[in-house]
Design a protein around this ligand. Sequence first.
Ligand code: ZN
Length: 270
Amino acid sequence: MQGSLADEVHELAARLGAHEALVRVARELFEELANPFEGCTRVLCVQPHPDDCEYGAGATLADLADRGVEITYLTLTDGSKGTLDPGMEPRRLAEVRRREQEKAAGIIGVKRLVWLDYPDGELPYGAEVRRRILGVIRGVKPDVVMAPDPWLMYEAHPDHRHGGLLTLEAVMFSPLPLFDRGSQPHSVRTVVLYYTAKPNYLHPVDRTFERKLEALKAHESQFAHTWQTFELYVRVLAAAYGGQAGSKYAEAFRVLPALLLHASALSQLV
Ligand code: ZN
């Protein structure tokens, strides 16, 4: 069987080049590339700040929740600096944003909220945060972990870059028993990255798109002042991906089978 697959790839590569041949084989080997949520029962959506899960994936998460998927949000920072108001107290803002997040999560249908509460803008890149994310992954035991794409080239917010990277590192270490021996290893099947410029999967969201907007609106401290412009942007983005996906609206993701998260050029090709 392996021999015949190698022959098949060899023949394909001779005609199409090695990369195209590998992409085609990867699509056969990893069915989740066609639909990462097929058969999934638990999703862990990691967000640097309150609002990122809804902004990046809210309509998809609402669709999954409606289909009985158990969704947990892991919020890495307290969101305490997300304001243009110089008179705002960071501690007060963190409390406001927590309440907004609870309300928004209720609209989406999220079962559980976990908070790591690092100060906004100061999520450290290192072993401690990675260990804490690993602990949450092993506790929740998700099939799918979602996170912001840390390789979004011009992402300037360090919490987004660090949070995305640390989540993927934790997913990679989670099956290995010698990492953090106190908890049971768990293998995540698939990673789904939101805020990506390299989508390889579009999720049609016609039924739940307005609920995403409603959930975003619950983050009053973030979007109330600029709601009209913001709503237009979110709608235009989803309409563009919808046009490509054959629906009115769609959300775009980069899907990576967890097995490709280390030492594989396929992660970049698929
Ligand atoms: Zn954010």
